[in-house]
Design a protein around this ligand. Structure first.
Ligand code: NAG
Ligand code: NAG
Ligand code: NAG
Ligand code: NAG
Ligand code: NAG
Ligand code: NAG
Length: 338
């Protein structure tokens, strides 16, 4: 696989340096546009299969090439977006220096995600989900300081995520891959993150029972992610305790806006009661703890989370009866306990 990918990239590099744009067109375009035409033409030639002929119209002789090509969106005559979902494509895009959005989801890419992508320094949104990308995620992706959306769900990516998470990132979906590492603890304070989906991987790590912001893998950093609305960690290998710090307003000015917390199919053993002198102010609507290893009586303090619509604690080892206070959850639509 490693070798195949390397050969593939060498192959593409060959085309980048050998694509010739006829000189009559060259006179009509400035150097930047010519470089973009060359990059896109080499990209077109690297396409394994294009059964729908989607790139047939990608021709340097069109009046406003490349801006009038299918899937290309320009601004001031420079390529800003490339939208080519549902095609069978290869890639080599690092020369598109003005690129803001790259949407290549639901193709059949089966190479590595190219490191060269990080040279498109203005990228804001990268949609590569639902492909067959394999190998590691190049750490340089997290060097894209304008990146707001990274969706690489449903691929065969593995290994560790080696870099820090950019401050600019709002939407991070790594779900349904094969990442295996401790949950990253380096989410920046006051991060912009609104959605984190790491479900269906092999993330591991223990969430400590103690309310210790410094020691915690996840809670400490998530507590700082005050914009976070969705945290999906289902089907991993996480253990330890589920603490209120994940979803309650905690000390200082930190407020949580978490609406959805999915922790199902992990190895959590405990739901920890909040400290007595702290009230739990939450916005939580969905709390999913199903299929873990949680023992004991129903944590009755959960009935103070009156915003809850869905509570799933099934597939655990709770004993006793539900507290009468469960009636406090007047927004509850779905309660699963078995
Ligand atoms: C994933 O890609 C396949 C093939 O292109 C497509 O049929 C399917 O609808 C896509 N699924 C999603 C969730 O986008
Ligand atoms: C990638 O897909 C192409 C085209 O279907 C195939 O020829 C090639 O063997 C695949 N490579 C890998 C590593 O799966
Ligand atoms: C990210 O950028 C910094 C500064 O430009 C550089 O030193 C570092 O090597 C880059 N990291 C990666 C993984 O490209
Ligand atoms: C997270 O990702 C999984 C798998 O892709 C998906 O089933 C789940 O709905 C996602 N969760 C949220 C809250 O988006
Ligand atoms: C808390 O909020 C106040 C007023 O908005 C501000 O002056 C203070 O710096 C904040 N403290 C922290 C730790 O962010
Ligand atoms: C109550 O809160 C204060 C400050 O927030 C903290 O220092 C103290 O340890 C807490 N007391 C208990 C009993 O948890």
């Amino acid at each position: 696989m490693e070798i195949t990918a390397t050969i593939f990239l060498l192959f593409l590099t060959f085309f980048v340096f050998n694509d010739v744009v006829p000189s009559s067109y060259a006179q009509q375009h400035n150097a930047v546009t010519l470089a973009e035409i060359r990059a896109l033409t080499s990209f077109k030639r690297s396409v394994f299969r294009d059964p729908l002929g989607a790139l047939d119209g990608w021709d340097a002789s069109t009046p406003s090439a490349p801006c009038d090509w299918r899937g290309i969106v320009c601004y001031n005559n420079l390529v800003r977006e490339l939208r080519l979902p549902h095609l069978q494509l290869g890639d080599q895009l690092s020369n598109l220096r003005e690129l803001r959005k790259l949407s290549l989801h639901s193709n059949n890419f089966n190479v590595s995600i190219p490191d060269a992508l990080s040279q498109c320094a203005l990228l804001r949104a990268v949609y590569l989900h639902n492909n067959s990308f394999s190998d590691n995620l190049p750490p340089s992706i997290f060097n894209l300081t304008n990146l707001q959306v990274l969706n690489i769900a449903h691929n065969y990516l593995s290994g560790k995520i080696a870099a820090g998470i950019q401050y600019s990132l709002r939407y991070l979906d790594l779900s349904s891959n094969d990442f295996s590492m401790q949950l990253p603890s380096n989410f920046p304070a006051q991060s912009q993150l609104q959605l984190i989906n790491f479900s269906y991987n092999r993330f591991s790590g223990e969430i400590p029972a103690k309310d210790n912001l410094l020691k915690g893998l996840l809670p400490g950093s998530i507590g700082a992610a005050s914009n976070l609305q969705v945290l999906a960690l289902s089907r991993n290998r996480l253990s330890g305790a589920v603490t209120e710090i994940l979803f309650c307003k905690s000390s200082g000015n930190v407020t949580t806006s978490l609406r959805i917390l999915q922790l199902g199919f992990n190895e959590f053993t405990e739901v920890v009661k909040p400290q007595s002198n702290r009230s739990c102010v939450a916005a939580l609507e969905v709390l999913d703890l199903h299929v873990n290893q949680i023992h004991g009586v129903f944590p009755s303090w959960l009935t103070s989370l009156t915003t809850l619509r869905i509570l799933d604690i099934s597939g655990n080892f709770f004993t006793g009866l539900l507290p009468v206070d469960i009636g406090n959850l007047f927004n509850l639509e779905d309660l699963r306990v078995r």
